[in-house]
Ligand binder design. Sequence first.
Ligand SMILES: NC(=O)c1ccc[n+]([C@@H]2O[C@H](COP(=O)([O-])OP(=O)(O)OC[C@H]3O[C@@H](n4cnc5c(N)ncnc54)[C@H](O)[C@@H]3O)[C@@H](O)[C@H]2O)c1
Length: 325
Amino acid sequence: MRVLVTGGAGYIGSHTAKELARSGHEPIVLDDLSAGHRWAVKWGPLAQGDLADQYFVSRTIRDFAIEAVIHFAADAKVGESVEQPRKYYWHNVVNSLKLADAMLDAGVKTIVFSSSAATYGVPTESPIPEEHVKLPVNPYGETKLTTERMLGDYAIAYGLQWMALRYFNACGADPAGEIGEDHDPESHMIPSAIEAALGQRPYVEIFGTDYPTPDGTAIRDYIHVTDLGRAHVRALEHLASGGESTAVNLGTGHGNSVREVIAAVQKFCDRQMPVREGPRRAGDPPVLVAGVEKAERLLGWTAEYREIDAIVETAWKWHVAHRSA
Ligand SMILES: NC(=O)c1ccc[n+]([C@@H]2O[C@H](COP(=O)([O-])OP(=O)(O)OC[C@H]3O[C@@H](n4cnc5c(N)ncnc54)[C@H](O)[C@@H]3O)[C@@H](O)[C@H]2O)c1
């Protein structure tokens, strides 16, 4: 299939483009490079432009004879979404609406959408099943949930086939070292710890040490980005073969605490990593772990990277090579 990958110059999008190409599909990246990188587009052409430009999106779909869409392009900083909800609703909801309309106008009916564990808010059970009540605690999570609901309504009315993949904590890098995570500024746990270990930031901060968890720090489900890429290909093929349109969690099904992640990064480093202990952040639940049974059942997909050390190793190797390149 010729697949439009919005946000394909970004972290998860570029790893998915690689997996698409490996599976015999053709990724066509649509990205404005606002947060992505030209060097990360290696497996197909780049249509550089803004998703908000509906004429540009429609023309790209037509010019490349697109057959399906994987939609990553979004703003994804939780704190920023609280300060600038306007930006998040316009970029994440309105742009998704424009994309869905451009698809329908062009007769393209299949979309895989980047959703998030943020749709659940503060969960009342762990692991979290997909049918868990959805009460996002920030505008970012609201924009993802609203877009999921829009896709569901478009499916009923216009026959759109969709899958929302709710990622937990994306991490790691391409094991071949071709691409990896490069956000500026970096707010994610593993690259932040690596930067602190390498002296590229003064310290890594632990937000909260008094959670009701074994070591007092928050527990998250760290899912390797190559596993995410594979899941997107499975989702696309599932929909193409007439499979159910629905939302599916992507995680490993088990969690690691912040201290465990820091310890895993420390193993790669001779000097002692500077760590600062701070208060909890508002809206950060103690534990977020994915229920993974639905992904296994529907997509035949499970995470191959299950150990935090192996995940960190890919991130560390890429970071060291990329930053010294
Ligand atoms: N990283 C995570 O842990 C995580 C977890 C859950 C969900 N997600 C979702 O996954 C998706 C990808 O996340 P990521 O970490 O790869 O982010 P990223 O910032 O690395 O990638 C996003 C890409 O979209 C592009 N983009 C943004 N707005 C655009 C626009 N208007 N027009 C064209 N291109 C635009 C950026 O240039 C960038 O290349 C996002 O939708 C995010 O909300 C990420």
